[in-house]
Write a protein that binds this ligand. Structure first.
Ligand code: F0G
Length: 459
C-alpha cells in the first residue's frame, strides 16, 4: 500500500502545555479585557495567535547559537548572515534589525516623505502603521477575488496589475518611494503571489521608474506554492524559485521570525549600495551598529542556518501539509474559511459563522473569544479591530472580510492538536445561532489598536 505522509523531522525537546476549565477561562479573558493578546500564555492550551517567532529551532540552529560571535564590529556571525542572504536571496547589501517592523522603520525612515503613496497587496498592519505614521498613504491593489472566501484560486494574494498601473499613472514617480509586494499575502489569508504576477508588478515598476520592495516574511511558503501550483516550476528547487522571485526586487524587508524559523530577528536588504549607505544612519540610530543592528551574534548565526532549512522542500511540505490537514478537518464539519488554505494559517470566515453579531460589535473578535472559551485555543482577529480607524475621519473602518486567523507555528504542534482545534471550532459552530452579542471598545490607541485594545461585552 502507499505509505502515509509523515513529518520530515523527529522531536528532541518538549514543552509542557496545560488545559484549563471553562470557568477559569471565563475569568482570565474578562481580566484580559477580552483582548487575546493580553492573556498569559500559561492560560492558553493551543496557541495560534501567530506563527511569528514561535517555531521550534533545529538541532543545527541551536548548535549555531553556541558559535555566535558577539563582537560589536565585524562579527563572524554577521558575515555568516551576509553569506546566507547573498547565496539564498541574492542581495549584496543588508542591515540586521530586531524584527520585521524594525526593518520597515529603517527603510521607510530612509525613503518616505509626507504625502507619498505606496501601492501594494494588502499591506501588513505594521507596514500600514509605519506608512500612515509618516503621513503617507498605502493603496491596496489586491485582486478583488481575494475578498470572496469561497472562491478557489491558486494565487489569491496577487496584485491586480490594472489597479496598480492606475496608481502609478496617477502620481509622479517622486511621490511613490516603492511598491510593496507582500509574499505570501498575510492579510488576504496567507495566500501566495504567482511568479507571473511578481514579473508583471516588476515590469510596471520599471515602466514607471519605481522601486519594488518585497515584504518577505513568508517568501519560502510562497515559493512552495509556486512550485506546486504554477506551470513550469514543478521541477525547480525551492531555492531556485526563491532566487528568481528576488531577482525582480530592489529591496526586501524580512521578519525572520517566520520563514527563517528564529524566535527574533529581521533585516532589510538592498540591491543598491547607495540606498544601503543612506539607510545605515537610521539603523545605527534605531537598531545598532551596521554589523549587528538589532541582533546578537548568536541570533544572526541561527538565522543564517534557518534561512537554509526554511528553503528546503521537505520542511515546507511538512509545514503546509499540516495547515491543509486542519483545513480538511474543517471541511468535514462544513466550517467556512478562506479557500484554499494559506501557507501559515487557516482563516475562518467569521461573518459566515456568526451571522447574528452586528459588524459594529467586532464579529471576528467575538469568534476568537468564543473559541478561547471553548477550549483554550487562541487565534487572532483580522477584521475591523485590526483595520483601525480612518486616519482622517476617525471613523471605524469595516473591511470586506472578518477573519479569525489560526496560525500554525513551525515544527511546534502535532496533528492531534489540529484535531482538537477543529473539534472546538465545530462546537462553537454548532451553537453559532445562540451567539448574538459582540464587544465594544473601552480603550484604544490611535494606531495599531488591536494589540492593546480593551473591550467589554457590547450589551
Ligand atoms: N510583514 C508581514 C507580512 C508580517 O506578517 C509581519 C508580522 C511583519 C511584516 C512584521 O514583522 O512581527 O517581525 O515585526 N507578522 C506577525 C503575524 C506579527 O502574526 O502575522 P515583525
Amino acid at each position: 500500500m502507499e505509505l502515509p505522509f509523515a513529518e520530515s523531522y523527529r522531536i528532541k525537546m518538549v514543552e509542557t502545555i496545560r488545559k484549563s476549565t471553562r470557568e477559569e477561562r471565563e475569568q482570565w479573558i474578562r481580566e484580559a479585557k477580552y483582548n487575546l493578546f493580553n492573556l498569559r500564555s500559561d492560560y492558553v492550551f493551543i496557541d495560534m495567535l501567530t506563527d511569528s517567532g514561535t517555531g521550534a529551532m533545529s538541532d543545527k540552529q541551536w548548535a549555531a547559537l553556541m558559535l555566535g560571535d558577539e563582537s560589536y564590529g565585524g562579527a563572524r556571525s554577521y558575515y555568516n548572515m551576509k553569506e546566507a542572504i547573498k547565496e539564498i536571496l541574492g542581495f549584496d547589501y543588508f542591515l540586521p534589525t530586531h524584527q520585521g517592523r524594525a526593518a520597515e522603520n529603517v527603510l521607510y525612515s530612509t525613503i518616505i516623505k509626507e504625502g507619498d503613496i505606496l501601492p501594494g497587496n494588502s499591506h501588513f498592519d505594521t507596514t500600514k502603521g509605519h506608512i500612515e505614521y509618516r503621513r503617507a498613504i498605502p493603496v491596496d491593489c489586491t485582486i478583488d477575488e481575494a475578498a470572496d472566501t469561497q472562491l478557489e484560486l491558486p494565487f489569491k494574494g496577487n496584485v491586480d496589475p490594472a489597479k496598480l498601473e492606475a496608481v502609478l499613472k496617477k502620481y509622479p514617480a517622486e511621490k511613490i518611494p516603492c511598491v510593496v509586494l507582500t509574499v505570501t499575502n498575510n492579510t488576504a489569508g496567507g495566500q501566495p503571489v504567482s511568479m507571473q504576477n511578481i514579473r508583471e508588478v516588476s515590469a510596471l515598476c520599471k515602466k514607471y521608474g519605481v522601486a519594488l520592495q518585497i515584504d518577505s516574511a513568508r517568501f519560502a511558503e510562497n515559493a512552495y506554492f509556486i512550485k506546486m501550483r504554477e506551470k513550469g516550476y514543478a521541477d525547480k528547487t525551492i531555492k531556485q524559485i526563491v532566487k528568481e522571485m528576488f531577482g525582480y526586487a530592489d529591496i526586501m524587508t524580512m521578519s525572520s521570525k517566520k520563514d527563517a524559523i528564529v524566535n527574533m530577528g529581521g533585516f532589510v536588504a538592498f540591491k543598491s549600495e547607495a540606498l544601503w549607505k543612506k539607510a545605515q544612519m537610521f539603523c545605527i540610530m534605531n537598531e545598532g551598529f551596521i554589523t549587528y543592528g538589532g541582533m546578537s551574534g548568536r541570533d544572526m548565526n541561527a538565522l543564517a542556518q534557518g534561512l537554509d532549512e526554511g528553503t528546503e522542500f521537505d520542511y515546507l511540505e511538512t509545514r503546509i501539509k499540516q495547515v491543509e490537514y486542519l483545513g480538511a478537518r474543517l471541511d468535514e464539519y462544513g466550517i467556512p474559511y478562506q479557500r484554499p488554505v494559506g501557507g501559515h494559517a487557516l482563516f475562518v470566515d467569521a461573518k459566515k459563522v456568526l451571522t447574528r453579531v452586528p459588524k459594529e460589535e467586532f464579529i471576528a473578535q467575538t469568534l476568537g473569544i468564543e473559541l478561547y472559551l471553548e477550549a483554550g485555543i487562541r487565534g487572532v482577529e483580522i477584521g475591523a479591530m485590526l483595520a483601525d480607524r480612518d486616519p482622517v475621519t476617525r471613523e471605524n473602518r469595516y473591511p470586506k472580510l472578518e477573519l479569525l486567523r489560526l496560525a500554525v507555528s513551525r515544527r511546534t504542534y502535532t496533528n492531534n492538536h489540529m484535531d482538537v482545534v477543529a473539534a472546538a471550532l465545530k462546537n462553537v459552530y454548532d451553537r453559532r445561532d445562540s451567539i448574538t452579542r459582540g464587544y465594544r471598545i473601552v480603550n484604544e490607541f490611535p494606531i495599531m489598536r488591536h494589540f492593546t485594545v480593551e473591550l467589554e461585552p457590547a450589551r
